[in-house]
Design a protein around this ligand. Structure first.
Ligand SMILES: NC(=O)c1ccc[n+]([C@@H]2O[C@H](COP(=O)([O-])OP(=O)(O)OC[C@H]3O[C@@H](n4cnc5c(N)ncnc54)[C@H](OP(=O)(O)O)[C@@H]3O)[C@@H](O)[C@H]2O)c1
Length: 308
């Protein structure tokens, strides 16, 4: 079979096209493109079917598992190639974004950084600041461990640019919150409020971990299995029980530490996770539409507080 690989503007990406066997898959085509141009390894390639001129539809993305024959009738196929840029594994992306807050936060607790901001006096450390340090470090350590030992990702890689974007988000917020919670002029909340906040937060972190175990069990160890209907525990009520418990564990941290910086992060993180949860809920409803023998996605809240 003859395959022409063109850019979106119609230029030849692989000069003269490629000749592949009739039983070749999209993965074989990606490998053949890689052989011709070394820098375009398979996860860097996005292959789609060409659109008719003036069409406003979304192009069909080629599935690497499918046969090329599934995408054409005759013996010639034209595919549109897009370079996704340098890729990194999801584990690398998550590791670096969580490593920042894990290392930066203790710097504000242990080192005399406030002297550089003009505070010369002796710094008294309140118990809540020590517990906040433990809580914070436990949270990010847990997320790194989950990244390596719990999550079963379906996407192999992410663009390198996401590492910089995500690190900017986590590292900046981590430093911003650490600065205020460990500040020499920090005023602690009452003992009772601190206990309620951390107690509730730890409970939510345990629930969040359990939600991640339930998500893990939806896929086989090699990450196959696609998207399934999450069920059990809080997933019987909300589609994104993991985001819900994540939001509430930050609320617990904020009840205990009470800083504007912490609440700003809570609002931003809630907006981001709600947006993602809406997309995940829509995807599951589309996948499980009750037609052609597919199960129907049960009626659930997207996230709690409810957005339907
Ligand atoms: N503080 C913040 O700003 C913030 C923001 C986002 C996340 N987080 C925390 O980080 C955690 C991980 O985030 P995430 O966005 O990666 O979570 P996620 O997409 O909901 O899921 C975690 C893992 O479960 C898989 N999964 C999700 N739904 C599934 C389904 N229906 N069927 C089969 N597998 C499914 C995902 O697969 P895929 O690889 O296919 O996605 C991923 O590997 C969150 O739960 C939360 O605790 C915090």
């Amino acid at each position: 079979m003859k395959v022409s690989v063109v850019s979106r503007s119609g230029k030849d990406v692989v000069k003269g096209g490629l000749e592949l066997s009739d039983s070749a898959t999209v993965a074989d085509l990606q490998e053949a493109i890689h052989q011709r141009t070394k820098k375009f390894y398979p996860s860097r390639q996005r292959l789609t079917l060409p659109l008719k001129p003036g069409s406003k539809e979304k192009p069909v993305v080629l599935n690497y598992k499918k046969s090329l024959k599934d995408y054409c009738d005759g013996n010639h196929l034209t595919v549109v190639f897009k370079d996704l840029g340098t890729q990194v594994s999801y584990r690398t992306l998550f590791f670096f974004e969580y490593l920042g807050p894990l290392l930066l936060y203790p710097i504000f607790y242990y080192f005399p950084v406030y002297q550089f901001f003009g505070y010369k006096g002796e710094r008294v450390i309140h118990p809540v600041q020590t517990y906040a340090l433990y809580y914070w470090c436990f949270h990010y350590f847990k997320r790194i461990m989950e990244t390596f030992f719990v999550h079963r990702f379906s996407h192999a890689t992410s663009p390198l640019s996401n590492v910089f974007r995500n690190c900017a988000y986590y590292w900046t917020f981590g430093s911003y919150i650490a600065y205020y919670v460990n500040h020499p002029l920090y005023t602690p909340v009452s003992d009772l409020q601190m206990k309620i906040g951390f107690g509730f937060g730890v409970l939510c972190q345990i629930c969040n971990f359990y939600c991640h175990i339930l998500l893990r069990n939806l896929r086989s160890p090699d990450g196959n299995g696609g998207y399934q209907i999450p069920h059990g525990f809080l997933f019987n009520i909300v589609t994104c029980a993991n985001y819900t418990t994540e939001i509430y564990q930050w609320l617990g941290f904020n009840i205990a530490t009470q800083t504007v910086a912490g609440y700003v992060f809570l609002v931003v993180a809630t907006l981001i996770m709600t947006n993602w949860a809406l997309a995940k809920h829509r995807r599951l409803k589309k996948l499980f539409d009750g037609k052609d023998g597919r199960p129907k996605y049960p009626r659930r809240w997207v996230i709690f507080p409810p957005f339907l």
